[in-house]
Design a protein around this ligand. Sequence first.
Ligand code: ATP
Length: 234
Amino acid sequence: MLKVKNLSVHYGGMQALANVNIQVNEGEIVSIVGSNGAGKSTTINAISGLRKLTSGTIEFMGKDATAVEAHDRVPMGIVQVPEGRKLFPIMTVEENLLLGSSHPEARKVRNETLKEVYKLLPRLEERKKQISKTLSGGEQQMVAIGRALMSRPKLLMFDEPSLGLSPLLVQNLFSLIRQISSQGITIMLVEQNVKQTLQIVDRCYVLENGSISLEGTGQELLHNDHVKKAFLGM
Ligand code: ATP
């Protein structure tokens, strides 16, 4: 579904990514893990079109998306739940959700999608008239996910969704991600929460200093000595 080939990104003179290759197959949950500054957000932003590439290509569902603008990647099915949620704070929950369905294809099925989102996240329906900034952190994360679902994603990418959530909410979040996956949406998950991530993913890439250092199934990496030492404190 997604083929990222030889992706390099610079910030001015600083190289943030060097020849990153990532492949995601339809229906998979794939994650990128790594420590602070490894280049995880840069990778996901390059895939969604928010960050310009120095070199490399991005192919999505057989089409070359490298030169496609970020807002035109959303109708193709590439949708991101941004780090830090990025809600419109003084708009209501429902207004934020509806903003997710602004491209014409999503707009056509807006009411049906909204019903599906409320079925998946009933708490949002209860709070649909509430101003977003008055919600708890966990609820705001749900709105950000609901808004992304309103865009009818084929590939849904999460950038550190567990940041700032309590352990119980992190558990709920991970089970929600599995639920979304079971509805046929392919998932790309960027996380620092390595242990829990490896437990739910099909495959994972480890990013270190801008390069992929390891890749494997979640189970393989959970038992990998380097991963254990570097990320699992073992
Ligand atoms: P974090 O978990 O801290 O967000 P990350 O793995 O997502 O880390 P990136 O945010 O992709 O890492 O950053 C990769 C490198 O690029 C880091 O060295 C970071 O300081 C640098 N960087 C990121 N954004 C910018 C920017 N806008 N301008 C300059 N350098 C940047």
